[in-house]
Design a protein. Structure first.
Length: 316
């Protein structure tokens, strides 16, 4: 039995403020819209043509999997093409996203990821899905083991490194600020291991923001990131300068998740008080804001992004 169509329309205000995980991937937006109406052939074509561009494949699968109807349509697709690795991984990650939202069973999602991994052993995407699950509900050991599976297939996986940074940043918050915390070591190690043109060069900035989130949530930092002083120390300034200099040299217009990095970097530069540098980043971001890190620690991300952008661009 086919799933029902999604509800039509949203309130104008909600639609205007909606963050879109697809970012600027127009082909992904088109395939997602078709999938919402049960036309899974568009998603099939998109994923097949993505090939072994693993960062792009991971981005597209996780975005498609976020929709509430995706699991049902992926099952329809599997009925039509029982051997499809694309249908299998889409179903697996859709079940992961449901489990993370508390709508499905983690054990079933784990099984689906293992099955998808067996259909395409070289693909890190099923393991990315499993890593999303383990970082949300699993143990530290499970998360590390799964991350190693992703790295064994693609050592520079962008999304996987972001997930691990967010997970590690939440460790040992009871001790308060610690410039030698393991998340900084991990991010620095990953950036050093990556090729010169890898966006993992910005990972230390991600680590700094994620650690702020964890510390602020635990009451060890001000809930106002710009006033917290977290971005004012010598180490923080060095990290931010290195990341901004890397961006000026490489930029990487074609990377599917570069706008995630740009939001983190703009947030860091704004909190650091470097308005001109933040303004350059806001121009590149355009309309493609992301909830993180503007929501950190518990702020309304729309309001925080708009205020920071206006302040940096002088339109406040």
């Amino acid at each position: 039995m086919s799933p029902p169509p999604p509800p039509l329309g949203r309130g104008r205000r909600r639609a205007a403020q909606a963050f879109d995980e697809a970012l600027d991937d127009a082909d992904l937006v088109t395939a997602r819209a078709a999938l919402a109406q049960g036309r899974w052939q568009n998603a099939r074509s998109l994923l097949v043509h993505t090939g072994d561009d693993w960062d792009r494949r991971g981005h597209r699968v996780t975005v498609l999997a976020a929709e509430s109807h995706t699991a049902a349509w992926a099952r329809e697709w599997l009925l039509a093409e029982p051997e499809s690795a694309e249908a299998s991984v889409l179903l697996a990650v859709a079940q992961v996203r449901r489990a993370v939202r508390g709508k499905g069973k983690p054990a079933r999602a784990r099984e689906a990821c293992q099955e998808a991994a067996g259909r395409h052993p070289a693909d890190p995407t099923p393991w990315l899905g499993l890593l999303m699950l383990e970082c949300a509900v699993g143990t530290d050991q499970d998360a590390v083991r799964t991350f190693e599976q992703v790295r064994a297939r693609y050592a520079d996986h962008h999304h996987a490194h972001h997930l691990m940074v967010a997970r590690l940043a939440g460790r040992r918050t009871e001790a308060g600020p610690d410039p030698l915390h393991e998340v900084y070591d991990f991010a620095g190690w990953a950036a050093e291991q990556a090729p010169a043109d890898s966006p993992l060069a910005i990972l230390p900035v991600i680590a700094h923001a994620e650690r702020y989130r964890a510390l602020a949530a635990a009451g060890h930092a001000s809930p106002d990131p710009a006033a917290s002083g977290h971005w004012a120390g010598r180490r923080a300034r060095q990290v931010m300068k290195a990341a901004f200099d890397w961006w000026l040299e490489w930029e990487l217009e074609g990377h599917p998740r570069r706008l995630v990095d740009l939001n983190f970097l703009a947030h860091a530069k704004f909190c650091e008080g470097r308005g001109a540098e933040a303004a350059a980043l806001f121009h590149r971001i355009g309309p493609h804001a992301t909830p993180a890190p503007w929501s950190y620690p518990d702020r309304d991300p729309h309001t925080a992004f708009a205020a920071a952008r206006a302040g940096a661009l002088g339109t406040a």
